[in-house]
Design a protein around this ligand. Structure first.
Ligand code: UD1
Length: 361
């Protein structure tokens, strides 16, 4: 069976890793197509190197643009690539513009599509990611749900027959990298000492960065944190702050470049907690047992909140007080599986593959 995985943005390079590891040396062929949505070295290349991923088999160069332009470019460039590769399965991950474009291109070419991380919802239709998730789930033939909540959501949308509960594919990477970085020297922005309590923060969502007042409020709230904040600055945040004249060198803030994945995991382990609007980081903080404060009105990863490890902070003025809260009791729950998701996915795809040998033949 030939599987084509479509990736383009930072979280997808992490999500595809366990699938690459599970398929390396198997009888199946795996081609990774990189759309080029993220193109900076620190947003893309370092992930391929650190996670031992083969170089992408196909590299598109779509780059940045408005949602329509970026999605449209990916669609236009993918059609001939998929036509030539003629895969048994096209696999897409998560909720980015590369995800929706990959699913749409494939389904219109009558190629079977599998969506990993299906069924997550924020119920906030202002988020571009929410529209991408809903459309991708309804276009795909097979839905790999990470949680029981996601399974229920897909059933409520009439998609139960296509759904398989397999756990979260990132659990495997987070655990593997946690073990790899144990004892490693931390790579932190200037002014953050690994020997003193510090927080790790990221901000990049359009809902937070595109409204000047909200962005200024978030930066001020973070600047009043009780510990130094290692703020790992996404290009969107850097550009918006520069355009709006918002100073990232204020109060507790210690801005630095985005980190590669192992350094990020090591930084979270070394920290006293995380402040973020990222989906993946909320869950990683939970898996690494560090408390998370999420600067959004809702989360797709509700289990992290239910288990007491994540608190939503819609109003940035509440941040300093919230960051003083007590650390929760260690959790033994495994809402995101135990780290065998990729193999389960390969098994389901082999079983359902149109080119799979007929049972008993
Ligand atoms: C995208 C995903 C989001 C994911 C995030 C991880 C969508 C709709 N959003 O958001 O779900 O959590 O990636 O980072 O797909 N830029 C660079 N260099 C890069 C990449 C981006 O400078 O390598 C700049 C560009 O100016 C671009 C902006 O960052 O316009 C935003 O990038 P974009 O891919 O549009 O969305 P993200 O905010 O990264």
């Amino acid at each position: 069976m030939r599987i084509v995985s479509i990736v383009g943005a930072r979280p997808e390079f992490i999500q595809v890793a366990p699938l690459c590891w599970a398929l390396q040396g198997s009888e199946h062929e795996h081609v990774v197509v990189h759309t080029g949505q993220h193109y900076d070295r620190l947003m893309s290349d370092v992930f391929f190197a650190d996670l031992r991923l083969p170089a992408p088999g196909v590299m598109l160069g779509v780059g940045s643009g408005s949602h329509g332009v970026q999605t449209g470019r990916i669609l236009a460039e993918l059609d001939p690539v998929l036509a030539e590769l003629a895969p048994d399965w096209v696999v897409v991950f998560g909720d980015t513009n590369s995800t929706i474009a990959g699913a749409l291109s494939a389904v219109k070419m009558h190629l079977p599509v599998a969506h990993i991380e299906a069924g997550l919802r924020s119920f906030n239709r202002v988020m571009p990611e929410e529209i991408n998730r809903i459309m991708t789930d309804h276009a795909a033939d097979v839905l790999f749900a990470p949680t029981e909540g996601a399974v229920r959501q897909l059933a409520s949308e009439g998609l139960a027959e296509r759904t398989h509960l397999v756990g979260d594919i990132k659990t495997e990477v987070t655990y593997a990298v946690r073990d790899l970085v144990a004892g490693r020297r931390l790579q932190l922005p200037e002014g953050v000492s690994p020997d003193e309590p510090f927080l790790v923060a990221t901000l990049h969502r359009a809902e937070n960065t595109d409204d000047p007042q909200r962005l200024a409020g978030l930066v001020e709230g973070l600047a009043r944190a009780p510990h130094p904040v290692a703020l790992l600055v996404h290009p969107r945040l850097r550009d918006r702050c520069a355009a709006l004249g918002i100073d990232l060198h204020q109060g507790a803030l210690r801005p630095g470049e985005p980190l590669d994945y192992p350094s990020m995991v090591a930084a979270v382990i070394g920290s006293v907690g995380v402040v973020t609007d990222s989906g993946g980081l909320q869950k990683e903080a939970f898996l690494l047992q560090r408390q998370c404060t999420t600067v959004r009105t809702e989360t797709e990863w509700v289990e992290t909140v239910d288990l007491g490890w994540n608190v939503l902070c819609p109003d940035p003025a509440d941040l300093p007080k919230l960051l003083e809260r007590a650390v929760p009791e260690p959790s033994t729950a495994h809402p995101y599986g135990t780290g065998d998701t990729a193999q389960q996915i390969v098994d389901v795809l082999s079983r359902l593959s149109p080119s799979a040998p007929h049972p008993g033949s």
